[in-house]
Design a protein around this ligand. Structure first.
Ligand code: GLA
Length: 383
């Protein structure tokens, strides 16, 4: 991919770019907890977006996407939301400008192998790649966390998804063979070695359902959580988010919460507990126990948070039938995309053919499968 973007860049712009490699992410557990100031356990992976990028000495930005051969240009003087992948570039430039950084015109070619709409956060990779590229070229001296926040705000203000910080955080802080426990309130985080990588593989199974509902329903879920917090504040004035609430407290005030709001709050408070428990198990090498929590997470996402779909439920159920799978669940925002499965290394092949044939039988389509590895976050490569 690097050779391809370089070649196209030379053809279009006739100069030498820098190369930025910006990964997608997985999340072991802790879904829809980030915007509730809770905990997540993500990692950056070997699927990525690649940029070739250089300044061009003008006030115009030119971008070419190899995946659809689309070329777009925009002026730095008038940044407005637009449709498609370009929106993420516009968003990042806008947020940098809002922070008072003098962005300069640039040329870029972009390509990648993160499947779009599959829950691996291709959008955070597009944002993080550009933020790191511009930080490097313009010597902005931004920290990784500042760039993560820029990506998050770009997402809020341009595509309009009120996302949490997990995806942009993971994209920018990933470390080879490490998962990260992030406290989405303090933004403190810890790297954990993913000790199981010798014996287990992280296998993503794509339901092939494109999560088009995701952005509108995502914002609805966020609003329902906030509504829950407002109601619960009548009983617990000190709470600021669902992070401060226990499942028992949610249950205690069930009659005061609208039914859906109750379900959402119960899920989030339980999921926060599950992340912490999962970490404790992982530290003690108890992968099966952590895996059980992944299944429970899926169950909650499906029944209480209602962000799954029948295809994802089917895939999670298939995984449960298999001895070689330690745990599985839907991953990311939901309404489609992938399940994440921890599968015994020497039995990946059998698992994949089992899942593909059963899924085809049921839905008439063979799901794509990605056996991933945990890699570093966004990096500037040598020329
Ligand atoms: C999307 C968002 C994240 C997070 C997940 C769900 O990926 O971008 O911030 O909320 O959904 O955990």
């Amino acid at each position: 991919m690097i050779a391809q973007v370089k070649e196209q860049f030379h053809k279009l712009f006739g100069k030498e770019p820098i190369i930025v490699s910006s990964p997608g992410r997985i999340n072991l557990i802790g879904e829809h907890t980030d915007y509730n100031e809770g905990f997540v356990l993500p990692a950056a992976i070997d699927k990525k977006i690649i940029y070739a990028i250089a300044l061009n000495g003008t006030d115009t930005c030119n971008a070419y996407a190899l995946f659809n051969h689309e070329k777009v240009s925009f002026s730095l003087k008038n940044i407005q939301p637009a449709q498609g992948w370009i929106n993420y570039l516009l968003g990042v430039v806008h947020e940098l400008q809002q922070l008072g950084h003098a962005v300069k015109g640039f040329d870029c070619v972009i390509t990648g192998d993160i499947p779009i709409g599959a829950g691996m956060s291709s959008s955070a990779a597009v944002e993080g790649g550009l933020a790191v590229g511009l930080d490097h070229l313009l010597h902005l001296g931004l920290t990784r966390m500042q760039m993560a926040k820029i990506g998050q705000l770009a997402e809020h203000h341009f595509p309009g998804v009120k996302c949490g910080i997990m995806d942009q955080f993971a994209n920018l802080h990933g470390k080879k063979d490490r998962v990260m426990l992030l406290d989405c309130r303090s933004l403190e985080f810890q790297y954990f070695p993913f000790e199981f990588s010798k014996d287990y593989k992280i296998v993503l199974v794509n339901s092939m359902v494109h999560h088009s509902l995701a952005s509108s329903e995502y914002n609805v879920r966020r609003a329902q959580c906030e509504e829950g917090v407002k109601i619960l504040q009548q009983f617990y004035p000190g709470i600021h988010s669902l992070r401060d609430v226990t499942p028992a407290q949610v249950e205690q005030h069930k009659d005061k919460l609208p039914a859906k709001v109750y379900d959402r709050c119960l899920y989030v408070t339980q999921e926060n507990e599950r992340v912490q428990l999962a970490c404790a198990h992982l530290q003690k090498n108890e992968l099966k126990e952590a895996g059980k929590l992944m299944y429970a997470s899926h169950d909650g996402l499906s029944k209480l948070y209602e962000v799954s779909c029948m295809e994802l439920d089917f895939l999670a159920d298939l995984a449960k039938e298999r001895e070689e799978v330690a745990g599985a669940r839907m991953m990311g925002g939901g309404f489609g995309g992938c399940t994440i499965n921890l599968v015994k290394q020497d039995q990946v092949e059998g698992f994949v053919s089992f899942v593909q044939s059963r899924y085809k039988e049921r839905f008439g389509q063979i799901p794509d499968v990605y056996v991933t590895s945990i890699e570093d976050g966004t990096t500037v490569k040598e020329r």
